[in-house]
Write a new protein. Structure first.
Length: 458
């Protein structure tokens, strides 16, 4: 069985606490596609029983409801049940902040540069959506603590997290960072719990957050948009499971893996509904798609992105007033996707109907959809590949500094290996995209290359 090896994180002048975290859905060039599709004879999970009973009582479910029940059921959901090995070597996925501390440092440097350009007179409000174990925020705080002005400006840390088990992990990670500075950390269930505050400079980070939000699958038919639903029982017309032909999550070329009989299958609604029609009309880009095309649409992602725009929206009466900035880092692209929904178990991709509640579920992020949501409220930059973002922000220079401070050759090799993994154009470096958001709408045409770096065209 293939195991994703987490490269040890490096100590430096920032003296970050070594934390080994496996906390999101990375697909590397070494990741294997599993042929372990769900079999009718497999034991029924608790979430699977709940879903089956729900379908029996009320009819087929939307993919959004299926995903929500699998991940966020109050007691049995993947993220809500503390017995699930989400993190560590026995977990299901790995993220950039766990591979190298430099990722968090460079995210912090970009945020700091935005504050220095546009909001230095304002206190800083740090916000992270879906913080995992808190590793990224810990690295950001350690980096900001090296700059006296920024350190004293940090007013508080605000984490959006619904899982009590995850909140406990985050608290432990951040305690050692918070202790010397006495930064106040608060947790929220929703970004809607935040109030718009024009007197603070909000720095918001969403790293591998949008990919886990529920989505609806719609299909364009001759008579309009219909929703594709999840129904119970094996599909007699579908004897195979289709998967992407490439290891990249961005590929949509189908490849037959094996015959299977899962307990759930896809079923299209008999006629367009008001809701599916509304989803099909939610982006002008969808109007150009031919009949037969399926599209993954996330109203939840649209709402969150819109709220981010509202939080960063500047006071139009003050021409140079800027309320904050944000970074969204996720895999996806500046386009819609039709077949990116996938499940992860033990570092492998498995069938999306395999072991509901015990696998991580994810989709590619339609960054163009996020930008449409933010339009009119804030300025968006990118997205650009993670490799481009990190390289332009000074990854090479930082890595060389860390290598010089390394205690031995093995440590230097680990540092180099981790850096290469972050910017590997055949893996994480290209699969992950970075979107910048700034509250500079009122004078975005006047922004300089220095102010928009690294989101510049070469």
């Amino acid at each position: 069985m293939l195991r994703c090896r987490a490269v040890s994180r490096h100590h430096s002048f920032l003296a970050p606490l070594y934390k080994k975290r496996v906390a999101a859905r990375v697909i590397s060039s070494a990741l294997l596609y599993s042929t372990n599709a769900a079999k009718p004879s497999a034991p029924v999970t608790k979430v699977e029983k709940i879903i089956h009973d729900t379908i029996k009582a009320t009819g087929p479910l939307s993919f959004a409801k299926y995903m929500q029940m699998c991940l966020s059921h109050p007691t049995e959901g993947y993220y809500m049940n503390p017995s699930h090995s989400v993190f560590g070597s026995r977990g299901d996925f790995t993220t950039s902040p766990e591979i190298s501390q430099v990722f968090g440092e460079l995210v912090a440097i970009w945020s700091l540069s935005q504050w220095m350009h546009f909001g230095q007179r304002k206190p800083i409000r740090l916000v992270e959506l879906g913080p995992g174990r808190g590793t990224l925020m810990a690295d950001i705080l350690r980096t900001l603590s090296q700059f006296a002005a920024a350190c004293s400006a940090v007013q508080g840390v605000h984490l959006v997290e619904t899982s009590e088990a995850m909140r406990t992990l985050q608290k432990k990670t951040l305690e050692l960072v918070d202790a010397p500075r006495k930064w106040h950390t608060q947790w929220y269930d929703s970004l809607n719990d935040f109030s718009v505050d024009k007197d603070t400079f909000t720095i918001l980070i969403a790293h591998e957050f949008f990919d886990a939000l529920p989505f609806h699958l719609i299909q364009r038919c001759d008579d309009g948009w219909r929703e594709v639903l999840v129904s119970s029982g094996p599909d007699s017309t579908a004897k195979t499971i289709l998967r992407a032909d490439s290891f990249s999550p961005l590929s949509e070329s189908p490849k037959i893996l094996e015959a299977t009989g899962p307990r759930f299958h896809r079923a299209i609604e008999p006629a367009p509904s008001a809701f599916s029609t509304l989803l099909g009309m939610s982006s002008k880009r969808f109007e150009k798609l031919p009949v037969g095309t399926q599209v993954e649409v996330s109203p939840s992602a649209f709402k969150v992105a819109r709220r981010i725009g509202e939080l960063l929206s500047s006071d139009l009466e003050k021409s140079r007033d800027v309320s904050g900035c944000a970074l969204v880092v996720d895999y996806g692209g500046d386009k819609s996707f039709s077949n990116s929904f996938r499940a992860f178990k033990d570092h492998k991709i498995v069938d999306v109907f395999d072991r509901p509640g015990e696998c991580d579920l994810t989709t590619n992020v339609d960054f163009a959809y996020l930008k449409e949501a933010i339009s009119g409220l804030a300025t968006t930059h990118g997205p650009i590949p993670q490799a481009t973002f990190l390289e332009r922000m000074g990854l090479s220079l930082r890595i060389e500094t860390l290598k010089k401070a390394a205690k031995d050759e093995q440590h230097r090799a680990d540092i180099e290996r981790a850096a290469k993994r972050l910017v590997d154009r055949t893996g994480m470096g290209n699969q992950y995209q970075v979107l910048g958001i700034t509250g500079t709408r009122q004078f975005e045409e006047e922004l300089t290359a220095e102010q928009t770096w690294p989101f510049v065209q070469e």
